[in-house]
Design a binder for this molecule. Structure first.
Ligand SMILES: Cc1cc2nc3c(=O)[nH]c(=O)nc-3n(C[C@H](O)[C@H](O)[C@H](O)COP(=O)(O)OP(=O)(O)OC[C@H]3O[C@@H](n4cnc5c(N)ncnc54)[C@H](O)[C@@H]3O)c2cc1C
Length: 623
């Protein structure tokens, strides 16, 4: 076999080099290699091969990728930020073949139609994107609009092999609350900006396996064709240019990644070993993700002149937009206690041998059960009422609501949802209890961070500023949504209060204080549960809690936006890096604006669109 997955001898020259075999990179490489078996395509991937990797293919194991010893995730440490209580946020990204698609939480979500239209870029309107969004998926859910969902794509969408009762309770409690959040089967129709639904997953309902882009787009091609070369555990150092004007990308330099199979030991930081070179006859496409792509460009001499000079890199193209506008969604997750019979993943995650003895064989033989689930079974898109907008203040109304949301009913301000377990180190919480995490994340934050290299060494830590909550208007919607989600949770039959040390520090005697399990049971006996009236002090306690707890939603984007160079852009509508030839980007770094969605589907869209663009450029049909 001529494939070069992992250690086989790699070719020295190919037609297309894809830097980073992540969510988008695998889509475009797989599509192109499949469509034209004469086209030589190479993926250079920093992390390990994910083929049949149990922690990746078993949906319920997703949280293992975020453990301190993980070798499948990359961890990006921000500088300290006073807006989040002086903490230095850590933002993980996918660090194995398939990238984020191999380690993410598998939540199926799509952006709003107006998000794509707002890009205001030829070829990227919602009408351009819709056929690609349908083409990528096989949607198994009931009640879906066939005009916007697909039935024949490589990625399966389902409710997985287990739907928890807690998810159902959350939906029912929403109906019983004082909020008008309509139920819909199809919240991901690109149009609905406000509603609640059972949350779907990127899981194949027959096998119970994760649907990542490596297994769905790349491995099948590697197994049947010889023109897709996949080199794992190799870090691309930089793109090589020729002497022409504008400079043309002609290849890349890469080296072995010593961290592909072992966790970082700060005492022994990795170093660059033997440097290899591979040439590209047609294109180099950088798909290293929003966190890593700016570094690949900057090490190649493409970036802001002052950043490059400080890092000791010769300037090839002065492009100030590289790494300048980091964005994410900002997530705050609260921990709630659930009753002792609640069907959570807690015992599975605690390693209870009885549970493992049951769910392991169940998954292997039927593709069903807890392992075929991410424990995230209900979620909502939220838009505030007029009264709630008023409560968030005049500046929120004029600077945020009126500008972003008023005329875009498909845009949610916040997402909220329930996770039927505690996603963390169970040794840190009282043992044996059952937990749920209720989270809210901000869809269109105004805060902007940045990420830049500090040296030409590909293993050196970057200068990263997550800037979470830097913009004051990012805080009010977090506080509002936290209250919405709390009111709903208080009405769930399994609700047993909160762990006060981990909740907002409400004053003693406050109506908002955390309830004990006994108090929660008493509350649930009431015929009609009244909403909590929060005092100014209570609101301040929630604000402080949000600052102490907000973090990444793992949705990094917009670090090399698709805009004109004069506006801080890095790529044009055909994904070409400004001022260069033969160099394109294809990952979430190219988003010119934030997207109201968990971002896997957006990365898939970028991958599918990139495949179309490259096919057009190269005269390939049938992509
Ligand atoms: C923990 C986590 C949970 C998430 N949960 C969800 C979810 O439930 N639902 C959802 O919709 N989205 C989720 N996401 C987001 C989604 O997975 C990402 O937005 C998506 O994977 C981004 O795709 P990408 O192609 O831009 O980059 P990535 O998928 O990150 O791919 C980049 C690839 O490039 C490689 N790379 C980086 N640098 C180099 C280099 N120098 N040389 C070679 N290779 C390199 C990386 O190893 C990686 O494989 C989650 C992400 C994470 C990290």
């Amino acid at each position: 076999m001529a494939q070069t997955i992992s250690n086989a001898a790699p070719p020295k020259e190919v037609d297309i080099i894809v830097v980073g075999g992540g969510a988008a990179g695998c889509v475009l490489a797989g599509r192109l290699a499949r469509a034209d078996p004469t086209l030589q395509v190479m993926i250079l991937e920093n992390g390990q091969n994910n083929k049949d990797l149990s922690t990746s293919i078993m949906p319920a194991m997703y949280i293992s990728h975020l453990a301190p010893t993980s070798t499948t995730g990359d961890f990006w440490q921000s500088k300290e930020n006073k807006d989040i209580g002086g903490r230095a946020a850590i933002v993980p990204s996918g660090g194995c073949l398939g990238g984020g698609s191999s380690i993410n939480f598998l939540m199926y979500t799509r952006a709003s139609a107006s998000d794509y239209d707002d890009w205001d870029t030829e070829g990227w309107s919602f009408n351009d994107i819709l056929p690609l969004a349908r083409k990528m998926e096989t949607n198994h859910l009931p009640g879906q609009n066939p005009k916007v969902h697909g039935k024949e794509g490589p990625l399966h969408v389902s409710y997985g092999g287990h739907q928890s009762e807690l998810g159902k309770q959350f939906i029912k409690a929403t109906e019983e609350s004082n909020y008008e959040i309509p139920y819909t089967d199809d919240l991901q129709d690109f149009k609905t900006g406000h509603g609640i639904t059972p949350w779907a997953k990127w899981i194949n309902p027959k096998t119970g396996r994760r649907c990542d882009t490596a297994h769905c787009y790349v491995h099948p091609v590697v197994e049947t064709q010889t023109n897709l070369h996949v080199l794992c555990e190799q870090k691309v150092i930089r793109v090589l240019f020729d002497e022409s004007t504008p400079p043309r990308a002609v290849g890349v330099e890469y080296c072995a990644n010593p961290l592909a199979q072992v966790p970082l030991n700060p005492e022994q930081p990795p170093t660059v070993g033997k440097i290899e070179t591979v040439k590209a006859k047609k294109y180099v496409v950088v798909s290293a993700g929003a966190m890593a792509t700016p570094g690949v460009l900057e090490r190649s001499g493409v970036g802001a002149k002052d950043v490059l000079e400080k890092a000791g890199v010769d300037v090839v193209v002065d492009l100030p937009g590289v790494g300048a506008e980091y964005q994410d969604h900002q997530l705050a997750l609260g921990i709630y206690v659930m009753d002792e019979n609640a069907d959570t993943h807690d015992e599975y995650l605690r390693g209870n041998p009885e549970v493992h003895a049951k769910v392991g064989p169940e998954w292997t033989s039927t593709g069903k059960g807890l392992i075929a689930s991410n424990a995230i079974d209900a979620g909502m898109k939220l838009r505030p009422t007029e009264a709630e907008i008023d409560a968030m203040g005049n500046e929120f109304r004029t600077e945020v609501w009126d500008k972003l949301f008023k005329d875009a009913p498909d845009k949610p301000v916040m997402f909220g949802g329930i996770v039927s377990t505690f996603l963390g180190d169970h040794a840190l919480l009282p043992p044996k209890l059952k937990y749920a995490m209720l989270g809210c994340y901000l869809m269109y934050p105004l805060s902007r961070g940045s990420i830049h290299i500090t040296s030409s060494d590909p293993f050196a830590a970057p200068d990263f500023d997550s800037a979470f909550l830097r913009h004051p208007m990012d805080l009010p919607p977090q506080v509002w949504a936290w209250k919405v989600v709390r009111e709903i949770t208080r009405r769930m039959p399994s609700y047993r209060g909160e762990l006060a040390p981990l909740a907002p520090k409400f004053k003693e005697g406050s109506e908002a204080r955390c309830l004990t399990p006994e108090e929660a049971v008493e509350l649930l006996k009431q015929e009609k549960i009244e909403d909590i009236k929060y005092s100014k002090e209570d609101d301040e306690a929630i604000e402080e809690w949000v600052r102490q707890n907000v973090g990444t939603t793992w949705h990094s984007m917009a670090t090399c936006p698709m805009k004109a160079k004069a506006e801080g852009g890095v790529v044009d509508a055909r994904l070409n890096v400004h001022g260069t030839e033969g160099l394109k980007l294809a990952d979430l770094s190219i988003c010119p604006k934030n997207m109201g969605s968990n971002t896997y589907s957006v990365a898939l869209t970028v991958g599918e669109k990139a495949a179309m663009i490259l096919a057009e450029d190269l005269g390939i049909t049938g992509v």
